[in-house]
Design a protein around this ligand. Structure first.
Ligand SMILES: [Zn+2]
Length: 215
């Protein structure tokens, strides 16, 4: 039925007959009008939010394994804050990411959707007492970290639960696929204006093409 409504609206838009749209909205319910206002790329809000972050390379993998062992039990806002802060510290070198409503990953933080060999994936489920923001563009690591920082600032009344795990991975896992991070969105990184490579924000010379930038 919603398909029919969409089709009618699309035709109306194509023909440009504003009168028809007005007639439809008069005839339709208030609910219908509300649905039409929703932007397609708007991030969902949810009390339960799940993060997945993938890392590769020996140093990162060791750090992430230690991190998940350290935060195996999260029973308070304080422990959730500490876990979130550690994930924020690790995040700048993540290769792939996801942040969305926990309903998208019914098996929880312990099972991630990726077919990539090697590396480790950290799963972090947070349960808030109020709706939490998620991310519309998972390739923006900055956006994912911004949501993690909000968890790292939780007060006691925000906390309903949290679970941090080293995730198993499967190419057909019933969970949203992790998205490749755009390097220039890594916190502390900049994009070379000459060759397009991402590198550390405090560097004044691009390690890829040798161009001098900024400073
Ligand atoms: Zn360059």
């Amino acid at each position: 039925m919603s398909f029919v409504i969409l089709a009618v609206v699309a035709i109306a838009a194509l023909v440009g007959v504003a009168v028809l749209v007005i007639t439809l909205s008069k005839g339709g319910s208030a609910d219908g009008a509300g649905t039409a206002r929703e932007a397609p790329l708007q991030a969902a809000r949810s009390r339960d939010v799940i993060f997945f972050l993938r890392f590769e390379g020996r140093d990162d993998e060791t750090y992430v394994r230690d991190l998940s062992a350290r935060h195996g039990q999260i029973h308070s806002a304080t422990q959730a804050r500490e876990a979130a802060l550690d994930v924020v510290r690790a995040a700048p070198t993540a290769t792939h990411a996801y942040c969305g409503p926990a309903t998208t990953a019914p098996q929880g933080p312990g099972l991630a959707h990726t077919g990539l060999p090697g590396g480790v994936v950290l799963g972090f489920l947070v349960r808030g007492t109020k709706p939490l923001d998620t991310v519309a563009d998972d390739s923006s690591l900055q956006s994912v970290v911004a949501e993690l920082r909000k968890i790292a600032a939780w007060v006691d009344s925000d906390f309903a639960g949290a679970d941090l795990k080293l995730a198993q991975v499967a190419i057909d896992a019933p969970a949203p696929p992790l998205v490749a991070v755009r390097k220039e969105t890594r916190p502390g990184h900049q994009l070379c204006v000459y060759c397009g490579e991402a590198f550390l924000a405090h560097d004044t010379r691009c390690p890829n093409c040798g161009a001098r930038v900024g400073a």
